[in-house]
Design a protein around this ligand. Sequence first.
Ligand SMILES: NC(=O)c1ccc[n+]([C@@H]2O[C@H](COP(=O)([O-])OP(=O)(O)OC[C@H]3O[C@@H](n4cnc5c(N)ncnc54)[C@H](O)[C@@H]3O)[C@@H](O)[C@H]2O)c1
Length: 374
Amino acid sequence: MRMSGGDPMADQRLRAGVIGCGGISNSHTKALSLMPEVNLVAVSDIDESRARAFVEQYGAEHAYTNVDEMLARDDIDFVVNATANNLHAPLSIKALEAGKHVLVQKPMALTLVEADAMIAAEKRSGKKLMVSFFEFFHPAFKRAKELVDRGAIGDVFFVKAIMAWYTPSTDVWRFDPKISGGGILMDGHVHHVAYFLHLLGDPVVESVYSEHGTLNSDARVEDTGVTLIRTSRAIGEISGSNRVLEPNAQNGRLFKEWIEISGSKGTIHIRPTERPSLRVFLNDGELPEDLSGGWIAPRLEWVPFHERGRSAHFNPEEDPWVGEHRHFVECIREDKPVISNGQFGRNVLEVLMAGYQSGRERRAIPLPLAAVAR
Ligand SMILES: NC(=O)c1ccc[n+]([C@@H]2O[C@H](COP(=O)([O-])OP(=O)(O)OC[C@H]3O[C@@H](n4cnc5c(N)ncnc54)[C@H](O)[C@@H]3O)[C@@H](O)[C@H]2O)c1
């Protein structure tokens, strides 16, 4: 239980609620519990033991099994919706209608129709809706974006990204299309589609082509895919699989993430699970003053894998989850636009939906798409 007595920040704190106390909610809720500018008022989960565990672990003041009861509280300013994909739209709309700002996990929704309903609720309520892409606050991804923005590698024309891991059992909600809305595109590609759009300043996407399928499992959704995104000035190649057996050489984890960003003057590599996690290659030798030797790496402490908790491999001041929530809180406080609002989340989802259509029709799909309930 957090006490506010005597704390000068107490009356300025924004008051948070968390919907869903499952896997990734640990990262959200831990971050909220670490932020002096936030008071973690309540958490909710249909599984009472999970909600109670979060009270114990992160110092939330109240636990609910019924989200409506939590949303009825008038002392909650914003909520994090960290439930499975099928509950992103209904619970986020409910929360917006209850007058709460909402940070919702990716993918924003299952369909563009749902995304539109969320954007309409965002507008009606006058509250902020942000779709969580934590890598926008990851030190290596953030640094790469800053370098691109200041022209360090010239005009970006090619981004190649892969996210691959191994999920042993397909008997989980991620592989149930009614809950997940899809496989690796909705779960893995979504991150790099978002980062591609973010890097390029949310450009107009001209077309999307995707090859994907269930190639190395008995899942009911695609386990492997490659998706190409075409804008007028760049091509993004987003690949991934949740059935790749490849231990990471540095930490033994079955998780791989590489991003290569090429511009007219050089290339940036991001490998968040490796050290260094950021490298910049410039072939004209004219390095900006803070780069040296052709590559740079942000200061990241190396923590042996067995000593890591979730997100523990970041220096505390660089923890992307804290950075993300801090940004959201600042935007609420100062009424500033969030980095990834409902429309941005929809733009990401539109690429994924075009990817699915491309897979069905075996052709490149021009955007924009008509919003249909798939
Ligand atoms: N950004 C990332 O790196 C990342 C990583 C993992 C998951 N995610 C996303 O986060 C979301 C959650 O994934 P997860 O792996 O944590 O799932 P999870 O199944 O572990 O957690 C979901 C929780 O929501 C609870 N829940 C279900 N219905 C509810 C309701 N009506 N009210 C309150 N709680 C309810 C469940 O009981 C469960 O505890 C998904 O959308 C997923 O795509 C993002």
